[in-house]
Design a protein around this ligand. Structure first.
Ligand code: TMP
Ligand code: ZN
Length: 408
């Protein structure tokens, strides 16, 4: 097998974690289709590497484009009240900062979070547009341009709308196959003094929390301040701002501007220094991380097997994309987790990819409650545990596996 190379600079990668072969995290299967040739039959190798040259942590294997589903995509980012509020607050913050006094300006979102950010801007009078190739068709004044951002599609938009004051993206840049093409589009689209603001899971948090379930097919890159600075400079931009976000298990929001346009905020140098001091991606830290991941797998399987042997009932909670990594890597299936409850209608009545665990609506959780619930949506723990207070009250216990396997 050839050594995988960095998607950006083609340096051979140091592969530090290999979780084996996985189905696509969105390949939910209708029970009648659960035979060979089903949607979840395709496997890719889920392994993660680090580029010593540009510091970028990334999946080592490419998933063929035609395998990647965009139509009927089951994910809705604002299915969580906390996330809706997060995106509303993001829109408000952009209005207060970047759009201040420039309400007639143009703002663009790449991959559009159910439109919450843009709708907040549009409500304040900002002209908005989303680049969104999936099925989402826009509502509440949010217009959609159904393509990826490239130099060509950006020129088409700029010819009609002018250049954008703000370009925003949440959980999108980490999955862009063609980053050179994307940044060429950004260069066409962004006004001279405009900013590109984007947020994605932070590798520093993944490492710190042993959150290996952040690795799946729809996240190709796991950014750090160090790697985003290098990426920005490679494509003619500068990293000028960083903000830590509590959502989705710990994210960073990066602000990029054109060279010489903004003085970098102190937080940038601070986090770069912290990453350096922490030795975030030195081989020993990555090897220790891989050992902790293996430990989580062994502990989780032992706990679930022990519960089954003791006659305890277990259900999964939230059929997240992340859960696909956990069930596949740990070999979990209906024998250990007989069903999983999830609020997404498109997932209900189907089987999870690979593990083939039946998905039931949230109402099934209490009918009757299991003794233990394995919380796959640990990033929404506060919201879910509050909504499911009654489960604890009748003696139910949550199983979490981040940062290590524990029961609460
Ligand atoms: P995410 O972690 O990628 O946002 O995925 C959230 C998944 O969790 C999605 O399938 C919906 C499910 N979910 C619930 O079932 N109940 C909830 O209260 C929340 C917040 C999410
Ligand atoms: Zn590289």
């Amino acid at each position: 097998m050839t050594t995988p190379t960095c998607r950006i600079c083609e340096t051979p990668l140091h592969t530090f974690l290999d979780l084996g072969h996985h189905p696509l995290s969105s390949a939910f299967v209708a029970p009648g289709d659960a035979v060979d040739g089903a949607r979840d039959a395709f496997r890719y190798r889920l392994a993660v590497g680090h580029c010593a040259r540009c510091a970028l942590v990334q999946l080592t294997d490419d998933i063929p484009h035609e395998r990647r589903p965009y139509q009927g995509y089951p994910y809705h980012s604002s299915g969580s009240a906390v996330m809706r509020e997060h995106f509303r607050a993001t829109g408000t913050q952009l209005l207060r900062t970047e759009m201040r006094g420039k309400r007639d300006a143009f703002a663009v979102e790449i991959g559009c979070t159910d439109g919450v950010v843009l709708r907040t801007l549009a409500d304040a009078g900002v002209r908005t547009l989303a680049f969104e190739p999936s099925g989402y068709s826009g509502h509440g004044g949010v217009r959609v341009h159904r393509t990826f951002l490239t130099a060509g599609s950006a020129r088409d938009v700029v010819a009609v709308e002018g250049r954008a004051r703000v370009v925003y993206a949440a959980n999108t840049v980490c999955d862009i196959a063609d980053l050179p093409g994307f940044f060429a589009g950004l260069d066409e689209l962004l006004a001279a003094d405009g900013v590109f603001v984007f947020e994605d899971p932070y590798f520093g948090e993944i490492l710190g929390r042993t959150a290996f379930d952040q690795f799946y097919d729809e996240h190709r890159y796991y950014f750090t301040a160090t790697s985003v600075r290098a990426l920005a400079e490679r494509f003619g931009f500068r990293l000028v701002g960083i903000e830590r976000l509590p959502v989705h298990g710990g994210q960073l929001r990066y602000t990029l501007a054109r060279p010489g346009r903004r003085t970098p905020a102190p937080a940038v140098a601070e986090l770069l220094a912290e990453e350096e001091a922490r030795g975030l991606t030195v081989p020993a830290a990555l090897a220790a991380f891989a050992d902790r991941v293996d430990r989580v797998r062994r502990d989780l399987v032992a706990l679930l097997q022990g519960l089954r042997a003791a006659g305890r009932t277990v259900a999964g909670y939230a059929a997240t994309a992340k859960s696909c990594t956990v069930t596949t890597y740990c070999g979990l299936g209906p024998h250990l987790v007989p069903y999983v409850c999830d609020s997404t209608p498109a997932k209900q009545g189907r089987l999870t990819p690979g593990a083939r665990i039946p998905v039931r609506p949230p109402g099934a959780f209490a009918a009757p409650y299991p003794d233990y619930a394995l919380l796959f949506a640990w990033n929404h723990a506060a919201e879910i545990m509050a909504a499911e207070r009654a489960f604890r009250a009748v003696g139910g216990r949550w199983i979490l596996y981040v940062p290590e396997v524990h029961v609460v």
